[in-house]
Every structure is written in C-alpha cells, then in structure tokens.
Design a protein. Sequence first.
Length: 213
Amino acid sequence: MEGVNLTAIEWIAKTWTDGGWMMYFLGATALLGLIVIVWKLFDLTAKSTRTTRFLRQVDDLIAKGKIDEALKASRESNSPAGRILAAGLERRNEGTERVMKAIENVGLIEMASLERGLVWLATVANVAPLLGFLGTVIGMIVAFQNIELAGEVEASLVAGGIKVALITTATGLVIAIPVNIAHNYFVSKIDRMVIDMEESAQKMVDALHLQGI
C-alpha cells in the first residue's frame, strides 16, 4: 500500500506535494501563527510575572497608607499595573473622579498593548480553514476535469482526486485548531491580569478615600 513504508518526513513531504500550490499559503499562515504564539508567550509571561510581583509590593504599601512610597514603586515598575497605578496616584490630590479617569485612560492603552498581536492569531484561525476549503474546491474541480478528459469514471481516479483535494482542508484545520487554542489561552491570561490590576486600583482608590484625599 502507498505510504506504508514512508518515514514521517517523507510522508509530510509527499502530503505537501499532493496538496498542491495552496499548501504554500497554508504554510505561510502556519509560520505566522507560530511566530505570534512564541512572541506572545514570552511577552505575556514576562508582563504577568512583573505585574504579580509589583501588585504584591504596592498592595502592601497602600494597605499601610504609604502612598508616596507606592507612587515611587509604581513609577519605577516596568509593568502595565505600575503605569496604571502611577497615573492614578499622580492625580491623588485632584479628587477621586480625576484619579479614576486617569486610571481608565492609561488602562485602555495598556489593554491595547497586552492584546497586540492577538488579531493575527484570530485571523490565522479564521483564514486557515477557508484556505483549506478553497484548496479542496480547486482540487475537486481539477479531479472532475481529469474524469471528463478520461471519458470514464474509475474508482482509483475519483478516490485519488478526492484524497488530494481533502489534504488542504485537513491542513487548514490542523493549523487553525492549535492557533485558536493559543488565542483563547492568551485572552484568558490577559483577562486574569486585568482583573488583578482592577482589584489593586480599587484598593488604591479606597485607601485614598479613607485618607480623605
């Protein structure tokens, strides 16, 4: 049987060849998805670590009423939470409304920074199956053209054409599924970071209110 004695690399190479020229577009989407996944994994892990460490420090300072020290720590922190809390603490003498507005404005900027690149993962997850389906449709058209030229329908001709056509659909799904999982994982990780930052910001506002600021 064809393919029984092929090694994994040989099987992949044959599948790539059988899939036709659409495999190059699918390969490009897979490469893009992989690059973004690796980048966001390192980026969010680093930001999450810095944010957790900073929030633990600043929450303790705020709980002790050390607002000036909390502001200094926020300014020195290279984390989204640090920039958000610094924006609020710098306006602590302008009233609660101004503090909340400053937190919201900087929070939106930091949120956009955290989500940067996710649109590419969403695009890959949506486009890869469509490219695969397009490859299948094109392959089916070619298969039926071959049948028309042959003048007769042979089981081997039909089965071979369908197999080759479906390769692109399978490839598109193989690309889209892990990319979609990665996208959802990053979204949930960002959501957890945002919740932690919101809780810390609320603690800060409450502390300022208790101090009559």
